[in-house]
Design a protein around this ligand. Structure first.
Ligand code: AQP
Length: 332
């Protein structure tokens, strides 16, 4: 049986990358009639310092982003991670299954910890073991993510395999990362070789889901490009990361292929293409940001949805966690 799980950190500044790489695709799964579980991973967020008030607001804002993007709480389970203690409990067991060397190889650890690893939190180092628990505490089979999370889902598979091997069971499934579409890696608007990221110090590098029409248009107008015009075929984007990024964003927002976009805009200059892209981005994002703002006026409604989602998630996780404790040999 297929079961989809994915998560997003409530660490602020939801970006167009999160929307195209994650939120929008989560909604597509829900509409396929498959069981879908989506989590706001607040326990991952605190692996780097979060102001408590800001964390609360960001969690509700992310929930609003999910719902405004089309997530239907009747069809999908939506909740925040700390409501289901099974994540932390299974995370501990996986801390004892995973090896230090596996964690050290994670590119996100290397990027986020920086040079001074002695000063990074222990939680940041162990993050992938908790992420494995997020997925496996539901026996999820499919994990839709952006390209940047592929390595972590592969590590989840390694943890499942090692657990099954060490305890001589066939208990945890090996989940598949699902990375598809034109925008699995949306890049910074200032540097086409860097991923668009919530935590980039430059606000001009990203489109935030809460940006208004003027801000979106201005950021796209100022986006870095090269002096050439748009090619009529995808090969013409080779070695042109900024051009490729803008075309990919257009294709993903318009829900057409890159070839289709280039058939229409090939030969145009960026001065002509950028306003087209800005109009499209505003048309797609502004109904979402308007709805997010409306939902944020009713935080108690958001909290009720998350509590309800937490109850449903716990009902799935608890028997799996109990079975895990039995396998490991915990007396209960
Ligand atoms: N630029 C991106 N393009 C496509 N997908 C992306 N995702 C993130 N950035 C892009 C996908 O969004 C989901 C949630 O990511 P996350 O918030 O859990 O963590 P992250 O990958 O670390 O995202 P950020 O925006 O880069 O946050 P910071 O700056 O805090 O590290 C994932 O499915 C991710 O692939």
């Amino acid at each position: 049986k297929q079961r989809v799980f994915s998560g997003i950190q409530p660490s602020g500044n939801l970006t167009l990358g999160n929307y195209l790489g994650a939120l929008k695709r989560f909604v597509d799964w829900q509409d396929n009639g498959i069981e879908t579980i989506y989590c706001m991973v607040d326990m991952h967020a605190i692996t780097v310092w979060q102001d408590p008030e800001a964390l609360r607001r960001q969690t509700r804002e992310l929930a609003a982003g999910f719902i405004a993007s089309g997530l239907d709480p009747q069809k999908s389970i939506l909740f925040n991670q700390s409501q289901v203690s099974g994540h932390a409990e299974l995370g501990w067991i996986f801390n004892c299954v995973a090896r230090m060397g596996w964690m050290q190889r994670m590119t996100q650890w290397k990027d986020k910890a920086g040079k001074n690893t002695q000063n990074a939190s222990l939680g940041l180092f162990a993050y992938p073991a908790l992420m494995a628990a997020d997925i496996l505490v539901y026996h999820a089979t499919h994990v839709p993510v952006g390209e940047d999370q592929k390595q972590h889902v592969e590590l989840t598979r390694d943890i499942a395999i090692k657990f099954n091997h060490d305890y001589k069971v066939d208990f945890f499934p090996t989940p598949e990362p699902v990375i598809e579409g034109a925008a699995t890696r949306v890049m910074s608007l200032r540097d086409g070789t860097k991923k668009m990221s919530k935590s980039d110090p430059s606000d001009a590098s990203r489109i935030n889901m809460t940006d208004d029409a003027d801000a979106i248009a201005q950021k796209i107008r100022k986006a870095k490009t090269d002096p050439d015009g748009l090619p009529s075929e995808a090969e013409g984007l080779e070695g042109r990361p900024e051009a490729r990024n803008l075309v990919n964003i257009y294709a993903a927002l318009a829900e057409v292929s890159v070839d289709d976009v280039l058939r229409d805009v090939g030969g145009k200059q960026f001065s002509e293409f950028k306003p087209m892209l800005a109009d499209l981005a505003v048309a797609k994002l502004s109904p979402i940001s308007t709805e997010m703002a409306r939902l944020m006026q009713a935080p108690e409604e958001i909290d009720a949805i998350l509590r309800n989602g937490g109850d449903k998630a716990r009902a799935i996780a608890e028997p799996i966690l109990k079975k895990t404790y039995d396998i490991v040999g915990m007396v209960r």
